[in-house]
Design a protein around this ligand. Structure first.
Ligand SMILES: Cc1cc2nc3c(=O)[nH]c(=O)nc-3n(C[C@H](O)[C@H](O)[C@H](O)COP(=O)(O)OP(=O)(O)OC[C@H]3O[C@@H](n4cnc5c(N)ncnc54)[C@H](O)[C@@H]3O)c2cc1C
Length: 297
Protein backbone atom coordinates (compact mmCIF):
# COMPACT_ATOMS: atom_id res chain seq x y z
CA UNK A 1 0.00 0.00 0.00
CA UNK A 2 1.55 3.29 -1.14
CA UNK A 3 0.60 6.67 0.30
CA UNK A 4 0.25 8.26 -3.13
CA UNK A 5 -0.08 6.57 -6.50
CA UNK A 6 0.68 8.96 -9.35
CA UNK A 7 -0.71 7.87 -12.71
CA UNK A 8 1.27 9.42 -15.56
CA UNK A 9 4.94 10.37 -15.81
CA UNK A 10 4.79 13.63 -17.78
CA UNK A 11 5.61 17.05 -16.26
CA UNK A 12 2.53 16.93 -13.99
CA UNK A 13 3.20 13.41 -12.65
CA UNK A 14 6.95 13.91 -12.26
CA UNK A 15 6.56 17.21 -10.41
CA UNK A 16 3.87 15.67 -8.20
CA UNK A 17 6.38 12.90 -7.40
CA UNK A 18 9.02 15.48 -6.40
CA UNK A 19 6.60 17.24 -4.04
CA UNK A 20 5.07 14.03 -2.63
CA UNK A 21 8.44 12.47 -1.77
CA UNK A 22 9.68 15.72 -0.23
CA UNK A 23 6.56 15.56 1.97
CA UNK A 24 7.83 12.11 3.09
CA UNK A 25 5.02 10.22 1.36
CA UNK A 26 5.66 6.78 -0.04
CA UNK A 27 5.13 7.51 -3.73
CA UNK A 28 4.84 5.33 -6.81
CA UNK A 29 4.59 6.77 -10.33
CA UNK A 30 3.08 4.46 -12.94
CA UNK A 31 3.52 5.54 -16.57
CA UNK A 32 3.86 4.08 -20.01
CA UNK A 33 6.18 6.82 -21.30
CA UNK A 34 8.46 8.75 -18.96
CA UNK A 35 8.33 12.45 -19.85
CA UNK A 36 4.92 12.21 -21.55
CA UNK A 37 4.00 14.54 -24.39
CA UNK A 38 6.70 17.02 -23.39
CA UNK A 39 9.45 14.47 -24.06
CA UNK A 40 8.84 14.66 -27.82
CA UNK A 41 9.04 18.48 -28.03
CA UNK A 42 12.07 19.31 -30.20
CA UNK A 43 12.74 22.68 -28.64
CA UNK A 44 11.12 24.33 -25.62
CA UNK A 45 11.54 28.08 -25.34
CA UNK A 46 8.91 28.90 -22.73
CA UNK A 47 9.94 26.95 -19.64
CA UNK A 48 11.41 29.45 -17.17
CA UNK A 49 15.20 29.58 -16.82
CA UNK A 50 15.86 26.73 -19.28
CA UNK A 51 15.65 28.33 -22.75
CA UNK A 52 16.19 26.20 -25.87
CA UNK A 53 16.09 22.92 -23.99
CA UNK A 54 14.63 19.90 -25.77
CA UNK A 55 11.72 18.05 -24.21
CA UNK A 56 13.61 14.82 -23.65
CA UNK A 57 16.37 16.54 -21.64
CA UNK A 58 13.91 18.62 -19.63
CA UNK A 59 11.74 15.68 -18.59
CA UNK A 60 14.79 13.47 -17.95
CA UNK A 61 15.93 16.09 -15.41
CA UNK A 62 12.49 15.96 -13.75
CA UNK A 63 12.60 12.16 -13.66
CA UNK A 64 16.15 12.07 -12.19
CA UNK A 65 15.19 14.63 -9.56
CA UNK A 66 12.17 12.58 -8.47
CA UNK A 67 14.27 9.40 -8.25
CA UNK A 68 17.01 11.13 -6.25
CA UNK A 69 14.36 12.24 -3.75
CA UNK A 70 13.04 8.70 -3.34
CA UNK A 71 10.11 8.36 -5.75
CA UNK A 72 9.56 4.87 -7.16
CA UNK A 73 8.68 4.41 -10.81
CA UNK A 74 6.91 1.60 -12.62
CA UNK A 75 6.97 1.61 -16.40
CA UNK A 76 3.71 -0.05 -17.39
CA UNK A 77 0.37 0.43 -19.13
CA UNK A 78 -2.56 1.08 -16.80
CA UNK A 79 -5.62 -0.95 -17.78
CA UNK A 80 -8.05 -0.42 -14.89
CA UNK A 81 -8.59 2.16 -12.14
CA UNK A 82 -10.90 1.63 -9.16
CA UNK A 83 -10.96 4.94 -7.36
CA UNK A 84 -14.18 5.18 -5.37
CA UNK A 85 -13.22 3.23 -2.20
CA UNK A 86 -10.81 4.35 0.51
CA UNK A 87 -8.17 2.08 -1.05
CA UNK A 88 -7.42 3.08 -4.63
CA UNK A 89 -6.64 0.12 -6.88
CA UNK A 90 -4.73 0.41 -10.14
CA UNK A 91 -4.31 -2.53 -12.45
CA UNK A 92 -1.54 -2.54 -15.03
CA UNK A 93 -0.55 -5.08 -17.67
CA UNK A 94 1.82 -6.66 -15.17
CA UNK A 95 0.29 -6.23 -11.71
CA UNK A 96 -2.05 -4.60 -9.21
CA UNK A 97 -1.07 -1.58 -7.11
CA UNK A 98 -2.83 -0.03 -4.14
CA UNK A 99 -2.67 3.47 -2.73
CA UNK A 100 -4.32 5.61 -0.10
CA UNK A 101 -4.68 8.38 -2.66
CA UNK A 102 -4.43 8.84 -6.39
CA UNK A 103 -3.14 11.66 -8.59
CA UNK A 104 -4.39 11.43 -12.17
CA UNK A 105 -1.80 12.95 -14.53
CA UNK A 106 -2.49 10.98 -17.70
CA UNK A 107 -2.45 13.98 -20.06
CA UNK A 108 -4.40 14.41 -23.29
CA UNK A 109 -3.77 13.63 -26.94
CA UNK A 110 -3.86 16.15 -29.78
CA UNK A 111 -6.08 15.02 -32.65
CA UNK A 112 -4.20 14.53 -35.91
CA UNK A 113 -5.44 15.21 -39.44
CA UNK A 114 -4.32 11.75 -40.51
CA UNK A 115 -2.22 12.61 -43.57
CA UNK A 116 0.84 10.75 -44.86
CA UNK A 117 4.02 12.24 -43.40
CA UNK A 118 2.23 14.00 -40.50
CA UNK A 119 4.23 12.22 -37.77
CA UNK A 120 7.59 12.71 -39.53
CA UNK A 121 6.92 16.45 -39.93
CA UNK A 122 6.34 17.05 -36.21
CA UNK A 123 8.95 19.69 -35.36
CA UNK A 124 9.72 20.16 -39.08
CA UNK A 125 6.75 22.28 -40.02
CA UNK A 126 3.80 20.64 -38.24
CA UNK A 127 2.71 21.72 -34.78
CA UNK A 128 -0.33 21.10 -32.59
CA UNK A 129 0.31 24.03 -30.25
CA UNK A 130 0.60 27.67 -31.34
CA UNK A 131 1.53 28.79 -27.81
CA UNK A 132 4.43 26.31 -27.86
CA UNK A 133 5.77 26.81 -31.39
CA UNK A 134 4.29 30.03 -32.82
CA UNK A 135 7.41 32.03 -32.07
CA UNK A 136 9.51 29.79 -34.32
CA UNK A 137 7.52 31.16 -37.30
CA UNK A 138 8.25 34.88 -36.93
CA UNK A 139 7.77 36.67 -40.27
CA UNK A 140 6.93 33.37 -42.03
CA UNK A 141 3.78 32.04 -43.72
CA UNK A 142 1.68 29.59 -41.72
CA UNK A 143 -1.66 27.81 -42.02
CA UNK A 144 -4.03 26.76 -39.25
CA UNK A 145 -6.55 23.92 -39.63
CA UNK A 146 -9.78 23.98 -37.61
CA UNK A 147 -12.90 25.97 -36.90
CA UNK A 148 -13.33 26.00 -33.12
CA UNK A 149 -12.12 28.34 -30.37
CA UNK A 150 -8.60 26.90 -30.38
CA UNK A 151 -8.18 27.27 -34.15
CA UNK A 152 -9.38 30.88 -34.18
CA UNK A 153 -7.34 31.83 -31.09
CA UNK A 154 -4.29 30.22 -32.68
CA UNK A 155 -4.85 32.07 -35.99
CA UNK A 156 -5.25 35.40 -34.17
CA UNK A 157 -2.18 34.74 -32.00
CA UNK A 158 -0.11 33.77 -35.05
CA UNK A 159 -1.30 36.82 -37.02
CA UNK A 160 0.79 38.97 -34.62
CA UNK A 161 3.91 36.89 -35.28
CA UNK A 162 3.77 35.56 -38.84
CA UNK A 163 3.73 37.55 -42.06
CA UNK A 164 0.73 35.64 -43.36
CA UNK A 165 -1.80 33.30 -41.73
CA UNK A 166 -4.21 31.11 -43.70
CA UNK A 167 -7.07 29.52 -41.77
CA UNK A 168 -8.50 26.39 -43.39
CA UNK A 169 -11.91 25.20 -42.25
CA UNK A 170 -13.95 22.34 -43.66
CA UNK A 171 -17.32 24.08 -43.15
CA UNK A 172 -18.62 27.47 -44.19
CA UNK A 173 -19.17 28.72 -40.66
CA UNK A 174 -17.18 28.51 -37.44
CA UNK A 175 -18.03 26.71 -34.21
CA UNK A 176 -15.92 29.26 -32.32
CA UNK A 177 -17.39 31.94 -30.03
CA UNK A 178 -18.87 35.05 -31.65
CA UNK A 179 -16.17 37.30 -30.17
CA UNK A 180 -13.39 35.27 -31.80
CA UNK A 181 -15.23 35.21 -35.14
CA UNK A 182 -15.63 38.96 -35.01
CA UNK A 183 -11.96 39.49 -34.01
CA UNK A 184 -10.96 37.44 -37.03
CA UNK A 185 -12.63 39.90 -39.38
CA UNK A 186 -10.03 42.68 -39.05
CA UNK A 187 -7.05 40.48 -38.28
CA UNK A 188 -5.69 40.01 -41.80
CA UNK A 189 -6.08 36.22 -41.52
CA UNK A 190 -7.04 34.72 -44.90
CA UNK A 191 -9.93 32.29 -44.37
CA UNK A 192 -10.42 29.33 -46.71
CA UNK A 193 -13.88 27.83 -46.12
CA UNK A 194 -15.31 24.43 -47.11
CA UNK A 195 -11.81 23.04 -47.55
CA UNK A 196 -9.50 20.36 -46.23
CA UNK A 197 -5.75 19.81 -46.36
CA UNK A 198 -5.28 16.86 -48.68
CA UNK A 199 -1.52 16.52 -48.91
CA UNK A 200 1.66 17.67 -47.17
CA UNK A 201 4.71 18.45 -49.30
CA UNK A 202 8.42 18.73 -48.46
CA UNK A 203 10.45 17.87 -45.40
CA UNK A 204 10.70 20.36 -43.76
CA UNK A 205 7.16 21.19 -44.78
CA UNK A 206 7.09 23.66 -47.68
CA UNK A 207 3.58 23.40 -49.15
CA UNK A 208 0.11 21.96 -48.64
CA UNK A 209 -2.49 20.90 -51.18
CA UNK A 210 -5.94 22.14 -50.14
CA UNK A 211 -9.16 20.82 -51.69
CA UNK A 212 -12.45 22.74 -51.74
CA UNK A 213 -15.11 20.18 -50.78
CA UNK A 214 -17.87 21.99 -52.71
CA UNK A 215 -16.12 22.72 -56.01
CA UNK A 216 -13.41 20.05 -55.98
CA UNK A 217 -10.93 22.80 -56.84
CA UNK A 218 -7.38 22.21 -55.57
CA UNK A 219 -4.90 24.93 -54.50
CA UNK A 220 -1.24 24.59 -53.60
CA UNK A 221 -0.23 26.93 -50.73
CA UNK A 222 3.47 27.58 -50.10
CA UNK A 223 3.81 27.66 -46.30
CA UNK A 224 6.47 27.28 -43.61
CA UNK A 225 4.29 25.87 -40.87
CA UNK A 226 0.97 24.09 -40.37
CA UNK A 227 -0.82 24.33 -37.03
CA UNK A 228 -3.36 21.56 -36.50
CA UNK A 229 -6.06 22.80 -34.10
CA UNK A 230 -8.85 20.26 -34.36
CA UNK A 231 -9.06 19.41 -30.67
CA UNK A 232 -7.54 17.07 -28.15
CA UNK A 233 -8.79 14.10 -26.17
CA UNK A 234 -8.04 13.87 -22.44
CA UNK A 235 -6.99 10.36 -21.32
CA UNK A 236 -10.00 9.70 -19.10
CA UNK A 237 -11.33 6.46 -20.57
CA UNK A 238 -10.27 4.40 -17.52
CA UNK A 239 -12.07 6.66 -15.01
CA UNK A 240 -14.81 8.48 -16.91
CA UNK A 241 -17.70 6.53 -15.31
CA UNK A 242 -16.71 7.65 -11.80
CA UNK A 243 -15.34 11.14 -12.09
CA UNK A 244 -16.92 14.55 -12.81
CA UNK A 245 -16.00 15.79 -16.30
CA UNK A 246 -16.71 18.84 -18.43
CA UNK A 247 -18.64 18.44 -21.71
CA UNK A 248 -15.26 18.17 -23.44
CA UNK A 249 -14.31 15.32 -21.04
CA UNK A 250 -11.69 17.17 -19.00
CA UNK A 251 -11.58 16.38 -15.26
CA UNK A 252 -13.16 19.05 -13.06
CA UNK A 253 -11.09 19.98 -9.99
CA UNK A 254 -11.15 22.67 -7.36
CA UNK A 255 -8.14 24.97 -7.04
CA UNK A 256 -6.44 22.41 -4.78
CA UNK A 257 -6.71 19.81 -7.59
CA UNK A 258 -9.31 17.75 -5.70
CA UNK A 259 -11.80 15.93 -7.91
CA UNK A 260 -15.32 14.93 -6.85
CA UNK A 261 -13.94 11.58 -5.54
CA UNK A 262 -12.35 11.75 -2.06
CA UNK A 263 -8.64 10.97 -2.21
CA UNK A 264 -8.45 11.47 -5.99
CA UNK A 265 -6.69 14.49 -7.51
CA UNK A 266 -6.00 15.53 -11.10
CA UNK A 267 -3.12 17.55 -12.57
CA UNK A 268 -1.91 18.78 -15.95
CA UNK A 269 -3.45 18.44 -19.39
CA UNK A 270 -6.11 15.95 -18.23
CA UNK A 271 -7.69 18.68 -16.13
CA UNK A 272 -10.11 21.47 -17.05
CA UNK A 273 -7.66 24.36 -17.20
CA UNK A 274 -7.23 27.48 -19.37
CA UNK A 275 -3.63 26.70 -20.40
CA UNK A 276 -2.07 23.32 -21.22
CA UNK A 277 1.68 23.78 -21.03
CA UNK A 278 4.63 22.16 -19.28
CA UNK A 279 4.90 24.90 -16.69
CA UNK A 280 1.20 24.78 -15.81
CA UNK A 281 1.27 20.95 -15.66
CA UNK A 282 4.20 21.18 -13.22
CA UNK A 283 2.34 23.72 -11.09
CA UNK A 284 -0.76 21.49 -11.01
CA UNK A 285 1.38 18.50 -10.02
CA UNK A 286 2.93 20.44 -7.13
CA UNK A 287 -0.49 21.55 -5.83
CA UNK A 288 -2.01 18.06 -6.24
CA UNK A 289 0.82 16.43 -4.29
CA UNK A 290 0.69 19.01 -1.51
CA UNK A 291 -3.08 18.60 -1.20
CA UNK A 292 -2.94 14.79 -1.33
CA UNK A 293 -0.23 14.78 1.30
CA UNK A 294 -2.03 17.11 3.67
CA UNK A 295 -5.38 15.30 3.18
CA UNK A 296 -3.67 12.05 4.29
CA UNK A 297 -2.91 13.62 7.66
C1 LIG B 1 5.14 18.04 -29.89
C2 LIG B 1 4.77 18.82 -28.66
C3 LIG B 1 5.44 19.99 -28.38
C4 LIG B 1 5.13 20.71 -27.24
N1 LIG B 1 5.82 21.84 -26.97
C5 LIG B 1 5.61 22.50 -25.81
C6 LIG B 1 6.38 23.65 -25.47
O1 LIG B 1 7.25 24.09 -26.24
N2 LIG B 1 6.11 24.26 -24.29
C7 LIG B 1 5.14 23.82 -23.43
O2 LIG B 1 4.99 24.40 -22.36
N3 LIG B 1 4.37 22.75 -23.74
C8 LIG B 1 4.59 22.08 -24.90
N4 LIG B 1 3.80 21.01 -25.23
C9 LIG B 1 2.68 20.66 -24.34
C10 LIG B 1 3.19 19.87 -23.13
O3 LIG B 1 3.97 18.80 -23.58
C11 LIG B 1 2.03 19.37 -22.28
O4 LIG B 1 1.26 20.48 -21.87
C12 LIG B 1 2.54 18.63 -21.04
O5 LIG B 1 3.36 17.54 -21.40
C13 LIG B 1 1.38 18.11 -20.20
O6 LIG B 1 1.90 17.37 -19.14
P1 LIG B 1 1.05 16.23 -18.41
O7 LIG B 1 1.97 15.64 -17.40
O8 LIG B 1 -0.25 16.76 -17.97
O9 LIG B 1 0.70 15.15 -19.54
P2 LIG B 1 1.64 14.32 -20.50
O10 LIG B 1 2.96 14.96 -20.69
O11 LIG B 1 0.81 14.04 -21.71
O12 LIG B 1 1.91 12.95 -19.72
C14 LIG B 1 0.92 11.95 -19.62
C15 LIG B 1 1.53 10.71 -18.97
O13 LIG B 1 0.50 9.72 -18.78
C16 LIG B 1 0.94 8.48 -19.28
N5 LIG B 1 -0.21 7.66 -19.64
C17 LIG B 1 -1.35 8.01 -20.31
N6 LIG B 1 -2.18 6.94 -20.41
C18 LIG B 1 -1.56 5.91 -19.76
C19 LIG B 1 -1.90 4.55 -19.50
N7 LIG B 1 -3.07 3.99 -19.89
N8 LIG B 1 -1.02 3.78 -18.81
C20 LIG B 1 0.16 4.30 -18.38
N9 LIG B 1 0.53 5.58 -18.59
C21 LIG B 1 -0.32 6.37 -19.28
C22 LIG B 1 1.87 8.84 -20.43
O14 LIG B 1 2.71 7.75 -20.78
C23 LIG B 1 2.61 10.02 -19.81
O15 LIG B 1 3.65 9.56 -18.98
C24 LIG B 1 4.10 20.25 -26.36
C25 LIG B 1 3.41 19.08 -26.67
C26 LIG B 1 3.74 18.36 -27.81
C27 LIG B 1 3.01 17.05 -28.11
Amino acid sequence: MHDILILGGGPAGLTAAIYATRACRDTLVIAEQVGGAASIAHRIDNYSALPKINGYDLTAKMYDQSVSLGAKHKSDKIVKITASGSTKVVETESGIFEGRSLILALGSRYRKIGLDGEDELLGSGISYCATCDGNFFKRRTVAVVGGGDTALSDALFLSKIATKVILIHRRNEFRASASLVSALQNSGVEVVYDSIVEKLQGNPLSAIIVRNLKTGCVINYQIDGLFVAIGSDPCVDLIKEEIALTDSKYIITDRHMRTNIPGVYAAGDIRDTPLRQIITACADGAIAAETASSDLK
